[in-house]
Design a protein around this ligand. Structure first.
Ligand SMILES: [Fe+2]
Length: 296
């Protein structure tokens, strides 16, 4: 008699310890997002807004590198290289607990950005919309492997034997109070949908389908980019400021983006953050070791 058995890739024996408890896993898997309250104090949120406004006034040539601004001065990137509070926010254990767990404990920072939105300020694509039409999207990173319509392990959301994985993770942190009918909104559960969204006709979309959130300055939403989402019109008299950080699975390939890390400026980052920006090889990152002490 000859025995036949399997020694590797035993799906039923995957030894993975999530930092999320059973309730958190259920909530994220069912909704596609989770809210983390008060990751920044009001004072720190105000400080980051002041910094943003200061940076807007600096002539382009004098801008501290590698800080990057768009032409309208409404979107900034790489602030963590010039302001320590962004480093703390990116590495915040209450956020990283979810990010690490959803990336199979192989997190990598993809980018850190800050967006200002004012009343009546419209994004270019919003002008094309007719009659208050609501258009949702899923985020892609532009690297569609091998075709956009095919399952992309870098982007997709999947669960195997109780282990959740989202190819990358969005974290949106508001620096101002957001009323319940403003700001980011989504269709809960749509991160698992396998069908294209038909044109849905309804008089009351926000009652019937769409979830938006009442948030205080300093609250964060961690969500799967596969979730159908968009932004509701900003009607408040004060500007909306949002920090938007994206994390990606650290063992995957380089996608051709240039903003993963800036070697010329690496001394401006803590060792933990510098490593978080790098692709992950065979070792566990410092941030994951720290989180294990807190949550495992
Ligand atoms: Fe998006």
């Amino acid at each position: 008699m000859i025995n036949m058995r399997q020694i590797q890739a035993d799906y039923n024996a995957v030894d993975f310890v999530s930092f999320m408890n059973e309730e958190e896993k259920w909530y994220f898997d069912t909704h596609g997002y989770i809210i983390v309250r008060n990751v920044l104090s009001k004072k720190d949120a105000e400080y980051l807004i002041e910094k943003f406004e200061d940076w807007r006034k600096i002539p382009e040539k004098k801008l501290p590198k590698p800080l990057h601004r768009n032409l309208e001065l409404s979107v900034f990137q790489n602030m963590h290289y010039v302001e320590k509070k962004y480093q703390d926010l990116i590495l915040d254990s209450r956020i990283m607990k979810y990010v690490s767990s959803l990336l199979l404990h192989n997190p990598r920072l993809m980018f850190c950005s800050m967006i200002r939105q004012k009343k009546n300020e419209k994004k270019p694509q919003a002008r094309k919309l007719k009659n208050g039409e609501i258009v949702f999207h899923r985020d892609t990173n532009g690297y569609n492997y091998p075709f956009e319509a095919f399952t992309n392990p870098l982007i997709g959301y999947q669960v195997v034997n109780g282990i959740m994985y989202s190819g990358y993770i969005n974290v949106s942190i508001t620096l101002v109070d957001v009323p319940g009918d403003h700001g980011i909104c989504c269709i809960p559960g749509s991160h698992k949908c396998n069908f294209n969204t038909p044109t849905i006709k309804t008089e009351t979309p926000y009652d019937d389908y769409i979830q938006s959130f009442e948030l205080s300055a300093g609250d964060a939403i961690v969500f799967s980019p596969n979730l159908l989402h968009t932004t509701r019109q900003w009607k408040m008299n004060y500007a909306r400021y949002t920090v938007f950080n994206r994390y990606v699975f650290g063992k995957y390939i380089e996608e051709g983006f240039t903003n993963h890390s800036f070697e010329d400026h690496k001394e401006k980052l803590s060792d933990e953050l510098y490593e978080l920006e790098k692709m992950n090889y065979m070792k566990e990152k410092k941030i994951v070791k720290r989180l294990k002490k807190l949550y495992a």
